[in-house]
Write a new protein. Structure first.
Length: 106
């Protein structure tokens, strides 16, 4: 049986979010998004979970990865269309989450 693959789409703002993250990490970020979100994006794991607190987006999931789990990818899924929409990419620095250079509170 073949695994269903999800198409990964990016909100336009994500490009600006990436500009604020050191370029040397872009390859890792791209690879982790492709590896972890193209199959079973709605399966909860240790580093992938739905957000339970109110945020800017509804029905958003968070993927954590990288050295010290410093990177965060926030995404929504649509199983009917088979797509994942990345809405934000951020970097955790200490107790601060930066998205597009701005501090963001979940």
């Amino acid at each position: 049986m073949r695994e269903e693959r999800f198409e990964i789409l990016y909100d336009p703002e994500v490009r600006e979010h990436l500009r604020r993250i050191d370029r040397k990490h872009h390859g890792l970020i791209r690879q982790m998004i492709e590896d972890r979100l193209s199959c079973e994006p709605q399966v909860e794991t240790r580093n992938r979970k739905p957000l339970t607190r109110p945020s800017l987006w509804e029905d958003v999931w968070e993927l954590r990865f990288g050295p010290g789990n410093r990177f965060r990818v926030f995404y929504q899924t649509d199983p009917n269309s088979g797509s994942v929409r990345v809405v934000a990419i951020g970097e955790k620095r200490g107790d601060r989450l930066l998205i597009g250079g701005e501090e963001f509170e979940l």
